[in-house]
Design a protein around this ligand. Sequence first.
Ligand code: C5P
Length: 248
Amino acid sequence: MGETYTPAPAGDAAEKIIVALDVDSAEKACTLVQQLAPPLCNFKVGFRLFVACGPPIIAALKELGAKIFLDLKFHDIPNTVAEAAEAATRLGVDMFNVHLSGGREMIKAAVKGAAVTAEKLGLPRPRVMGVTVLSSFSAEALQDTGVVRTLDEHVVALTRLGLDCGLDGVIASPREAVLLRQSCGEEFLIVTPGVRPAWAAPDDQQRILTPQQALQAGASYLVIGRPIIKHPAPRQAVEKIIAELSID
Ligand code: C5P
């Protein structure tokens, strides 16, 4: 796969980056978006920011031109997840996610909830993504939860289940991206955290790849947080990453 990689044009490279807005206030999140958009347009809002600021943060970021991946990893009974999916769609997010271990009915309820609400409001349906196995899980920790197949087998099986239920793709480590492209094909999205430019500190990420390596591994989008948001000049960090991914 590596040999066939062609660097993306600068515009395309910017579109592949999702900046994790792992900050604790609306002011910090909005300042980052103002600094980075354009050229960046994709931003991830996770538990920390959403719990601290609530739904108005989504409207505020969208007002600044941000496209939003709402990373709340829904996992509950199908009816509750359908209602959460409807609420996320009403907020106008572009992507949200569910835990695939919630099962077939729950996953289908999320996709349907998003589709029905989007149609009612005349909005594009947000992309619905699946979380396979959290990267914090070891093989032993997975077995403790009663899963008897290997971690890789489990990741592939959950991905197949999600795609069968109409999901747009999965969140996966770069290592899993290679496996998933080999076993499940090219026709779905893979969003990959654990990405570090060669010049950035690894922080607590264990199995890191550079942005270019992650795209080579099969990622559709790269989630990057600290190398950008903790950089003394976040815009410079972004420009460096885009240059590394782009044809001059
Ligand atoms: O700062 P950093 O680039 O490590 O941020 C990565 C983002 O992706 C964080 O928001 C983190 O919670 C998230 N994430 C991750 N690993 C996963 C799933 C999500 O790092 N397996």
